[in-house]
Structure formats: structure tokens, C-alpha cells
Design a binder for this molecule. Sequence first.
Ligand code: HEM
Ligand SMILES: *[C@@H]1O[C@H](CO)[C@@H](O)[C@H](O)[C@H]1NC(C)=O
Ligand SMILES: *[C@@H]1O[C@H](CO)[C@@H](O)[C@H](O)[C@H]1NC(C)=O
Ligand SMILES: *[C@@H]1O[C@H](CO)[C@@H](O)[C@H](O)[C@H]1NC(C)=O
Ligand SMILES: *[C@@H]1O[C@H](CO)[C@@H](O)[C@H](O)[C@H]1NC(C)=O
Ligand SMILES: *[C@@H]1O[C@H](CO)[C@@H](O)[C@H](O)[C@H]1NC(C)=O
Length: 345
Amino acid sequence: MWRERQRLRPPPPLLVAAAALVVVSALASAPEAALQVGFYHETCPIAEDVVLAEMRLILMEDATVAPALLRMHYHDCFVQGCDGSIMLRSRKKGNKTERDALPNRSMRGYDAIERIKARLEAVCPLTVSCADIIAMAARDAVYLSHGPWYDVETGRRDGNLTVAEYVENDLPPPDSNIVDVKTFFSVKSLNSKDIAVLFGCHSIGTSHCGPIQKRLYNFTGSMDQDPSLNPDYAAELKKLCPPPRPGVDDDGGEGKTKVPLDPGSNYTFDLSYYRHVLATGGLFQSDGSLLHDPVTRGYVEKVAKAKSPDEYYADFAAAMVKMGRTDVLVGDLGEIRPTCGIFVD
Ligand code: HEM
Ligand SMILES: *[C@@H]1O[C@H](CO)[C@@H](O)[C@H](O)[C@H]1NC(C)=O
Ligand SMILES: *[C@@H]1O[C@H](CO)[C@@H](O)[C@H](O)[C@H]1NC(C)=O
Ligand SMILES: *[C@@H]1O[C@H](CO)[C@@H](O)[C@H](O)[C@H]1NC(C)=O
Ligand SMILES: *[C@@H]1O[C@H](CO)[C@@H](O)[C@H](O)[C@H]1NC(C)=O
Ligand SMILES: *[C@@H]1O[C@H](CO)[C@@H](O)[C@H](O)[C@H]1NC(C)=O
């Protein structure tokens, strides 16, 4: 299944090293520490190789970890910056952490990150941050799902400030309209084009029924269906996700059923998400909201009819790198933890 694209392969380590040297010398005069491609070139030259190798093994065992880790990078970056704090488990007596916030019921892949971290601790102790591991794993998840390869910036350090309540403040809910989405993303310095590009992440993976129940069964509160959802697609979704039964499905719809975000192509990172959104209105209202703004709609239409993925892939790489810079801790800030999920006291 993990047939690889011949184009856009990861560069051989020597090229990475050479590129890193160029970056390092270019930054030598910069007064502030910053993220850079190949940050571990001196301190742990095999870091990226270790992550990619471990990701191959992890995805051979369970292909659905790829979308889970791509999503984890987004959540990590949006809540308190890309600082690995999404991994922390609550202390016995302490605030609930991001990980223990409500949306954690559908967040997966924590074990995969700890597994990669353990491999890295064995070869380069206390060197590679959890935030960087998540960023590298997200890139590899896309690549190993037949998507593009891109150079990931590293040099993030880990944060230990994590508050459950921030999760809901920072992440737009799936019933967001385009105005809400733009508000949440602009706080992270991401513009309309970035939104349209990053939503392409929903090219892989699945959702539980919970986030679409309202859209299917009670859109405005009078037991109606979202009129912007294609009726045939809605009928299909209703077969998979029956109405929640009061008193039985009170877990917020986090039952066992999984619905693909990009039907028919949810193992493959490709452009079909954009054709899906244009044809059906997308799985979530937030996906469909891309059609309700001239800039994002124009982008969806352009990608949906693109003959080659190259331009989208270049946009995707740029947007992921930009998202990966959100409120990062660099230089002397933050810490490197031996285990991502456990506070260092
Ligand atoms: C307004 C913005 C967004 C909303 C409202 C949103 C919402 C959601 C929801 C509700 C799910 C399903 C969770 C579940 O029930 O299992 C999901 C899955 C996912 N999201 Fe998003 N998302 C947004 C943006 C993004 C972005 C920017 C990325 C990537 C950078 C992303 C990547 C993913 C992936 C890969 C999955 C599949 C996870 C899996 O299969 O386990 N999302 N998203
Ligand atoms: C989710 O949070 C609950 C408590 O709020 C916690 O018991 C559980 O372990 C968390 N799940 C994961 C996967 O960390
Ligand atoms: C606990 O949560 C409050 C906000 O609810 C926050 O101000 C405080 O910094 C948190 N404490 C720690 C140790 O994270
Ligand atoms: C694709 O969707 C199906 C449900 O239709 C699900 O069983 C499968 O795990 C999904 N694949 C990925 C990679 O999420
Ligand atoms: C439908 O939505 C309305 C308004 O939000 C709510 O009062 C009502 O309980 C909902 N009905 C069902 C069956 O969920
Ligand atoms: C967080 O890390 C800083 C060092 O970066 C440390 O001084 C502080 O005690 C830590 N706080 C917690 C709650 O672990």
C-alpha cells in the first residue's frame, strides 16, 4: 500500500546536510534563534531518517495513524503553539491538560509519537523535541499517503503550559461558517489562501458521526437537513450515521462508526478532496464553508480542475511550513522532555 511516488522523494541525507549548512551559514548573523531546515544536522544527523523509518513501520501496522498524526500537528500548533504540549497527560493533582480535554476522544496517535520518541532517545538522548517529532511525523504521514514530500523546519522546543480549556478556545468547531473559520485562523496569522490549502488535509482520514449529526438531522433546530449538503451524499451519510438515540447515544456521537472525510480516496493524499467539496458541500459545514467566500471558493475550483497536483503540493508545503511556525519556542525557551507525555518536575 505504501507505494511511493517517484517524484518528490526525500532528498538523500548528504543533500539535506548541504542544504542545512547553507541555512546555518545564512542564519549565522541572525540575532535570534529561529526554526530551520536540518536543525539536527549537528546534534542528531539521523533524526529525520529515524522518524521516517519508524513511520513506515507504524503505518504498515495501522494505516489510519497517518491522518491521526497529520491532525495532531494541526491541533498542537493551534493550541498554545507547536510545542508538543498536546502530548502531556494531566498530573494527579493539577489542571486538566489539552490531552485530557473533551475533544481527545477522537484524537489518536499518541503511542506512535512516544514510539518514535523512544527510538530517538536511544540514539540522541534529550535532543529532539516532541513538537519537532510531531511536525516530522505529519510530513511523513502525508508523504507515505502518496502525497508530496516537503522540507520540514525543525528547532522547536517543548512547552509545558497546557490547559484543557484552551482547546475549545483555539480550535474552530466543525459547524463553523467561513467567517468563524477566518477569525480562528487569522489569530494564527493564517490567511484565506492558507485556509483553503490547509483544509486539503481532509483528503485523508475519517470522522465519527458526532460532528455531522446536526447537519444531517437538526440543522436549524427544526429537525431539518443542511440545504447546502448534496442530497445524495446526505442520504449516504444518513445510512452510515443514523439519528442519535436519546439516552443511548449521549456520548456525543463518538461511537464506533467512522465516515471518510474524502469518500473513496481517504487513504490517498490527493486533490480529490477539492472535487468532493465542490460536488457535495463537504463532510463538515467548515469544509463546505470554503464555497462561501470568493477567495477560498476560487481556490477550491482551481484545484478541483487542476491537471497536475504540483501547484497544490507546492502551496501545501508552504502552508504547512507556515502553520508549523505558530507560536514556537526556540533557543533557550522551553525544554526537551525524555517522554513526551510526562511533565519534567
Ligand atoms: C476549521 C478547521 C477544521 C475543523 C473544524 C476540523 C474538524 C475535524 C473533525 C471534526 C474531524 C473528525 C474527528 C473525529 O471525529 O474523528 C477532523 C479530522 C481530521 N482533521 Fe480536521 N478540522 C479542521 C482543520 C484541519 C486542518 C487544518 C488539518 C491539517 C493540517 C486537519 C486534519 C485532519 C485530519 C487528517 C483528520 C482525520 C483524522 C483521523 O482520521 O483520525 N484538519 N477534523
Ligand atoms: C482523555 O481524557 C480523559 C480524562 O479527561 C483521560 O482519562 C484519557 O486517558 C484521555 N485519553 C487519552 C487518549 O489520553
Ligand atoms: C491552570 O489553569 C489556569 C487557567 O485555568 C492557568 O492560568 C494556569 O497557568 C494553569 N496552571 C498550570 C500549572 O498549568
Ligand atoms: C477510510 O474510510 C474507511 C471507512 O469508510 C475506514 O474504515 C478506513 O479506516 C479509512 N482509512 C483511513 C486511512 O483513515
Ligand atoms: C434540535 O435542536 C433544537 C435546537 O437546538 C433542540 O432544542 C432539540 O432538542 C433538538 N432535537 C433533537 C431531537 O436533537
Ligand atoms: C515548565 O518548564 C519550565 C522550564 O522551561 C520550568 O521552569 C517550570 O517549572 C515548568 N513548569 C511546570 C508546571 O512543569
